[in-house]
Design a protein around this ligand. Sequence first.
Ligand SMILES: O=C(O)CCC(=O)N[C@@H](CCC(=O)O)C(=O)O
Ligand code: ZN
Length: 328
Amino acid sequence: MLAEWFDQGLKGHTCSPTEGRVPGGRFRIVASGVLELVPDSLAIEARACVLSVGVHGNETAPMEMLGESLARLEAGLLHLGAPLLVILGNPEAIRRGQRYVTTNLNRLFRRDLAETGDEPDRARALMAAVDAFYARHAGLSRLHYDLHTAIRDSRFPRFVVEPFADAPTPHEHWCWLAAAGIQAVLHQHRHSWTFSHYSKHYHGAATFTLELGRALPFGHNDLAPLAPMGRLLEALVEGREPDAGDPRAMTFFRAEHELLRHSEAFRLCFPDDTPNFTEFPPGTRLAEDAVAGETRVGETPLSVVFPNAEVEIGARAALLVVPSPPPD
Ligand SMILES: O=C(O)CCC(=O)N[C@@H](CCC(=O)O)C(=O)O
Ligand SMILES: [Zn+2]
């Protein structure tokens, strides 16, 4: 039933029954594309975990990976030990195989959101589902992994974005991510109103946007490099302490500047297929915009992440980042 709910959800279909049992607990469909799993008894390391995929509809590898873990739970190969909220972020975009339908869902997770339409309405539904989930499981540590893939190649194919917050991320999370094969970490320098930022900002959860390779169609993903990440997810499902690695195996960056597209006449001055984390030396011209003029690298080299000249006007066209020391 669980795997069927997930597979049908990827096709934009609903599924019944809407509640039932899994090994170690029960499940309940709480909203379209949102499933809650509650264990009969909490395992010793249980956290209240939100696992979201498909916030961008064409980012399929995390959907395949999470679908496999749910199938293993249903088959009795895993035993539910922690409350989980499993989210198919943007079902209509998933069905269409598109990043989004009308606007980028992953910029809309703020409580004062005023817009209406497909993605704004979906953002409101997902914020409400997360609020209710964390309220139902108050007292547990909170975690949210929002699983994505990137448009381009990357010097570090698997990396995380740590949303901005005043409080530091507890150290164990770096150890878990290192053991899960994450190669780089990017600290955000300001509020970004992404889904992972929402759970951190409003709920104090430990959260990350995880970039797990490149965005490819269903059936074209090589899931082998994601096996350690699958093991981390399954430890969370079972409420076990995940494997720990050495955070110094990861390379740390912090965002220095957000490059915005201000006009129709915006262009990036480097090739479209430039991999994420490519470093540019001082003086390099990075972008031209009819309103903002040109952006050049200043005295410190800058690396570019998520370059995309085709974003909506006013949206982020790239993050410009610099190396940063690993956390203590
Ligand atoms: O590869 C790209 O250009 C985009 C990949 C992607 O969807 N990234 C997320 C990152 C979210 C964050 O900054 O935490 C996004 O752009 O929404
Ligand atoms: Zn994405």
